[in-house]
Every structure is written in C-alpha cells, then in structure tokens.
Design a protein around this ligand. Structure first.
Ligand code: GDD
Length: 409
C-alpha cells in the first residue's frame, strides 16, 4: 500500500499570489478549471494500491471541507485535510501527523508540494525508487542556469542517480539540476526527521547554557519542531546512499505568482488532451462559440455563439460571455460577466467582476514580469469602452477611465 501527502501551506504563505489569494486559499485557485491541488490529487489517484491522500496545511479546516468531501466521493479514494496548529515546515508537518499517515501501514509515502505544475510521473518514480533501494527519491529537472537559484540546486551521480550534494536556493551557482518538490519515501523518513529534531533540541540546550551566543543572536534558532525538508533533511542526508533522484523530461513549473498560474493553466489544459479530453471544449455545432486550441468551459457558463474563445482559456461557473466577445489566454473566474464585443487577453478576471461593452482587458503576457498579465481582483467593474493594459486592479474597484501599467489600490 502507498499513501500520498500534499503540503498546502497556509494563509501566511503564498503572499506573492495576491490579490487572488485574498478570499480563496491558493491551493484551491482554479487552473484549467480545477483547483490547483486537484491536479496532484488526480495524479495520485492513478497510483496502484493508493490507500489515502492527506492534505497538510494551516488554513482553517472549513476552507477545505467542501472540496475534500466532494473529491473523496468523486475519486472514490479517501482524501483528508489535516490542520496544523502552526507551521511546522515541510518535513515537520509530515512528522507531526506521522501516526495518522501510518495508520494504513503503507510501504511508501509520496510527498508533493501543492504549488508545482508537472505531469507527476509517480508510478515511474516508484519503480525507480525501488531499484535504488534508498530512503527517498526526489523528482528533479534541468532548468536554465539563470533560473536555477530560485530552487533547490543539486548534484547527482550520473550512473547511480544518487543525490550527492544539495543546496537550497544558493547565492552562487551550483547546478542546473533542481528539486521539483515531488518525493517518495520509505517509512525511514520519520526516523530521519526525528534525528534532526533531537539534534536541534541538543543544540538548543547548549545555546541555553552559553548566554554569550544567546546575547549575540537571540532569534537565530528555529523551533525544535520546525523542520524543512530541503535544508534540514536533503542537505545533511545527501551523499550518504540514502537519497536518489529521478529526472523528468516532461514539463515542470512552480506556481508562486498569478502570472505563472496563467501559464500553468495552459500546461494543464494541454495535458487534458491525453488525460481528460472530455473536459476540453469542442466547439462543434452551429449553436456553440468558436473554439481555438485548448479551452475549458464550466457546464453552467453561458457563452454566446458569436464569441471566439482560445487558446488557453478557462471559464468558471456561472460566467456569462456576450456576443462578439474575444477571449485569448485568460482565466475567467466564477460569476463574471463579459459584455458584448469586449476583448480579454493575457489576463485573470476575478470572481463577480464585469467587463463592459467594447472594453479591453489585456497585457503583453510576460508571465514572469510583475505587470506582465492584467489581473482584476474580486468584484471589479470595468465600464463600457475602457481599456486596461498591464495592470493589477484590487477588489471592488470601478474603472471608468483607461489605465496602463498601474496598480489600482
Ligand atoms: N503544511 C505545511 N506547513 N506546508 C508547508 C509549510 C508548513 O509549515 N511550509 C511550507 N509548506 C508547503 C508549501 O505550501 C509548499 O507547497 C511546499 O511546502 C514548499 O514550500 P516552501 O518550503 O516555502 O519552499 P519553496 O516552495 O520556496 O521551495 C521548495 O519547492 C521547490 C519546488 O517548487 C523547495 O523544496 C525547493 O528546493 C524546490 O525547488
């Protein structure tokens, strides 16, 4: 038996995701029409002998209750949300709930960050992990040397794939091979975390005795139960024949910003062609809108037959799209109205917003730039014939004048 654990973080994390994380926890923000966390969950569902999926976070229980019960019913796999009373770090959270996680007596535990977008090749990882015979296997990918420092950089043995050296977000270049935030462990991981915690406790006691050091750096020490998987486990256990790597040749991205969520929405829509073609809009028949490329339309949305939609467009529940509207590369959230002949390009339109007739909401589509995509927060009104370019508009604003490269507070 295997179990999967998805780390979802909490409200103090994901701040770069504002204003979209004001009212919705980032893990539930829709990509390709499904909550972000739905994509790793579906990947876990494809594993043979999966007993349980756990989401660990420090969001309020009620924020996940509805999603967790509906997905459990849909997939016929028990999905459970485990709430930490405070952040314990990515390994500390796992350790904190070790008794619950081990209830099914699993031989292997998958651990996934919720904010990565990839094809989650979990079955292949499990096979590789069994061949290696270590405590853990880390999914890794080669990225450009310029971007590597945003991630954990690592060195692996080219023949055995052993993880030889690991540094989290180093200041000077180590390697273009990086940690994807997807892992598989045997139950020995709990002993490893326990060891690190005991060591930490020992150090804390020494520090307590030496008042000199306490005076110098009173806040340096981390709480004994706060343990990070990367710095506190991967770094010290590298090069000890316990950790191995599995390299993916498929797509992989990290989802820290709204811009990246738009990019990843497109990657998941493209993946639906192979995994869930029934979720893609077909655009057949004279009564339906013109569909270009990969598009998701929620069944409750009403799209006028003269609208033209796509590529990379996701339309959520109860959206109304008027006559002659053009949508390209965008996420339109629940209850939005896009009125006649409006155009939305490279943008995210927040819940309950409205875009007026002949208006344009657009951006140049540089997913990594601060104003590279336009974002309308919740309940924003763009009046008729207004143009919004490369801007972020905070919730509840009304725009009656055109703006460009502005943050409207
Ligand atoms: N439940 C819980 N509790 N989750 C947490 C906590 C915690 O205390 N701290 C972090 N997380 C979750 C986050 O929500 C995220 O899904 C994951 O754990 C990792 O978050 P961070 O520890 O903030 O690291 P990061 O995202 O900046 O980088 C990590 O992931 C990269 C891949 O996306 C590192 O492991 C990098 O090395 C790696 O490249």
């Amino acid at each position: 038996k295997v179990v999967a654990v998805i780390m979802v973080g909490g409200p103090t994390k994901g701040t770069r995701f504002r204003p979209l994380s004001f009212n919705t926890p980032k893990p539930l923000f829709p990509l390709a029409g499904q909550p972000m966390v739905h994509h790793p969950i579906s990947a876990c569902k494809r594993l043979p002998n999966l007993a349980h999926i756990f989401l660990i976070g420090f969001y309020e229980e009620r924020e996940f209750a509805l999603y967790v019960s509906s997905i459990s019913n849909e997939l016929k796999v028990p999905v459970r949300y485990l709430k930490e009373d405070k952040p314990h770090g990515s390994a500390g959270g796992l350790y904190y709930f070790r008794n619950i996680i081990m209830e099914d007596n699993p031989s292997h535990i998958f651990l996934l960050n919720c904010d990565v977008c990839c094809s989650f090749p979990l079955t292949e990882m499990l096979e590789a992990h069994k061949r290696y015979g270590g405590m853990g296997t880390v999914l890794v990918i080669k990225v450009s040397a310029e971007s590597a420092n945003q991630f954990g950089e690592l060195v692996a043995d080219t023949i055995t794939n052993e993880l030889l050296h690991y540094t989290e977000k180093p200041e000077t270049f180590v390697s273009d091979l990086i940690n994807c935030g997807v892992y598989i462990f045997t139950r020995d991981i709990f002993t490893a975390i326990q060891e690190v915690s005991t060591h930490r406790e020992g150090q804390a006691n020494i520090r307590h005795l030496s008042s000199f050091e306490t005076l110098q750096s009173p806040t340096r020490a981390l709480p004994v139960d706060f343990i990070r998987l990367d710095q506190d486990i991967l770094s010290p256990f590298a090069g000890k024949k316990q950790l191995y790597t599995y390299e993916t040749m498929d797509f992989w991205e990290q989802i820290k910003t709204p811009g990246m969520s738009l990019k990843c929405s497109g990657l998941y829509l493209a993946q639906f062609r192979f995994t869930s073609p029934h979720l893609l809009a077909a655009g057949d028949g004279t009564k339906s809108a013109t569909i270009v490329g990969d598009v998701y339309v929620h069944p409750s949305a009403k799209v006028h037959p003269t609208a033209k939609i796509g590529p990379n467009v996701s339309i959520s529940a109860n959206v109304r799209v008027g006559a002659g509207v053009r949508l390209i590369s965008c996420i339109i959230l629940d209850d939005v109205e896009v009125q006649e002949n409006a155009v939305v390009i490279n943008s995210i339109v927040g819940w309950k917003s409205s875009v007026g007739k002949w208006s344009r909401v657009q951006a140049d589509g540089d997913y990594n730039a601060k104003l590279g995509i336009t974002i309308l927060g919740e309940a924003v009104t763009v009046e008729d014939e207004v143009v919004v370019i490369n801007s972020i508009v905070l919730p509840n604003k009304t725009l009656n004048l055109s703006v460009q490269e502005e943050i409207i507070l």
